[in-house]
Design a protein around this ligand. Sequence first.
Ligand SMILES: Nc1ncnc2c1ncn2[C@@H]1O[C@H](COP(=O)(O)OP(=O)(O)OP(=O)(O)O)[C@@H](O)[C@H]1O
Ligand SMILES: Nc1ccn([C@@H]2O[C@H](COP(=O)(O)O)[C@@H](O)[C@H]2O)c(=O)n1
Length: 416
Amino acid sequence: MAQRLSRVRSWGSRVFAVECDVTTGPVYFSVAATPQGSGGDVRPLGQLFGHGKVFSLHVHGDDRVRAAKFHGDVKSRLSALPRGHVMEMSSFLPNQKRSLVKGFLMRVPADSSAADDALLELLREDAVHACSYATSGDRWWQQLLARSEEGLVVAERFCVAPAPAPEHHPSTLNIVNSDVFYSFRDAQQVLIECSNIIPESKAVLELVNKPSDPTVKGKFPVIVIEGLDATGKTTLTDSLKGAMGAVLLKSPPQVLAPFRQLFDAEPPLIRRAFYALGNYITARQIARESEKAPVIVDRFWHSTAAYAIATAVSGKVGNLPGLGSEVYQWPGDLLKPSLVLLLSVSPEERLRRLSGRGLEKTVEEAELEANHLFRQKVEEAYMRIQNPACEVVDASPSPDQVLQQVLLLIKSKCHL
Ligand SMILES: Nc1ncnc2c1ncn2[C@@H]1O[C@H](COP(=O)(O)OP(=O)(O)OP(=O)(O)O)[C@@H](O)[C@H]1O
Ligand SMILES: Nc1ccn([C@@H]2O[C@H](COP(=O)(O)O)[C@@H](O)[C@H]2O)c(=O)n1
């Protein structure tokens, strides 16, 4: 057990955050080997641990690809438990980047034995740390569980105390290089690490590995059109192509289309690295085509970063990293467009356009519809990305009016 604990660096100084309600924010607590003066409101702890049986699980491990895959596996196994309620739970060292470990808090009725069986099975994996919660006297205890011949046993226990909310939401600690990649090499490294378990990674790596200098664009302007789905990007980019005699490119590029569905089903680490690499392929195409004509690009790095940040940061828009944070910086080795335009329509108009189109939605698109908070976070993250920042375009008028408005903007910003 000592060996198991040693892998969880500084367990005693970790803070735990449980997302009970995304609108009110997480409940924070810390643990210590001996009781400490609580000095905080203990009622949320009672509300968290005091109903039925409560367990928490964290997936640690040095192999980040395996840990990411296993985390998804744990979630589906816990979610399948009858009469269970699963909440996101993370543990972290306050203000320490890359210290976040993701996990779950699970509540089941007191008479349920299914959860014990599931934990016993999961604890076969070294990377899993499971705890139960119990009260004695006026204190709550976190009990680290281990497998034994008799079943689950308590190996060690820690006293729980309320902890103050950190300055920044904990999910922001691990965005860099887990959700958003700021160099070709960092994204490429994830797919290299995946090659054994996802053979298609090798084919993607071969497509991106072609040598060239992707940061340099040609003499013609490069205009990126961004926005949530159904804001009119396809309609506008097609019209701009005709009106400007431009070349139309997309990110992810067509060559990655056969792999997209597969990578969309992978955990964020792998999925986001795939989209990041797609931008470098598109950048190469932009560099080549902008030597000959203006280039219009349907989605680029703003989309990759904004969706990734909005997904990684749970809860309210206020939980996003602040304006000026490093997470909104453009990758130093990625070609910079001349202009980025963000199409914006009201949520009602977007839904009208989505339903009018009647196409099948991706899971993420379906979530956008259901989750107002998520949509707000994606739009806010789009607008916080810097250098180049995007110009917001009101895309609610008719297609032709939007086209004329955008042509004028391009003329003035790109000095055409
Ligand atoms: N200015 C507009 N006014 C009214 N309807 C529009 C306008 N622009 C596009 N639409 C309609 O809205 C729907 C979505 O448009 P479009 O496919 O261009 O959006 P998109 O941003 O490319 O979506 P996605 O990202 O999901 O591919 C289509 O049915 C399209 O005809
Ligand atoms: N450059 C990009 C483009 C897309 N994504 C991800 O794809 C989804 C939206 O794509 P559509 O084809 O539906 O427009 C969205 O969920 C993004 O996560 C990306 O990451 N980078």
